[in-house]
Design a protein around this ligand. Structure first.
Ligand SMILES: [Zn+2]
Length: 94
């Protein structure tokens, strides 16, 4: 079930897990039991696999401050290209 954010006028925002068919219905505040309205937010990413979440976090971190490296990553050996046309050997290399 997805997580929805609600906002109580007295206590502030809180998250609530509920079925999608009840997403727009008002919810009771867990602190004061007043009626709270749903707040539209970005999708909750809590149920993502941890590897995917880590990759997304790293992507967001590197958007503003990319990691600085001093050398290229080590070659693994399996990433070598096979040259099938000898004209490819004359192409400029990065
Ligand atoms: Zn409240």
């Amino acid at each position: 079930m997805p997580t929805y954010r609600f906002s109580c006028t007295v206590c502030g925002p809180f998250d609530l897990i509920r079925p999608m068919r009840e997403s727009g219905a008002p919810a009771g505040c867990p602190s004061c039991a007043r009626e709270a309205r749903r707040v539209l937010t970005a999708p909750a990413l809590r149920s993502m696999p941890s590897a995917l979440r880590g990759a997304l976090d790293a992507q967001h971190r590197s958007a503003d401050t990319p990691g600085v490296v001093t050398s290229p990553p080590p070659r693994t050996g399996r990433a070598q290209r096979r040259v099938t046309d000898p004209r490819q050997l004359r192409l400029p290399r990065p």
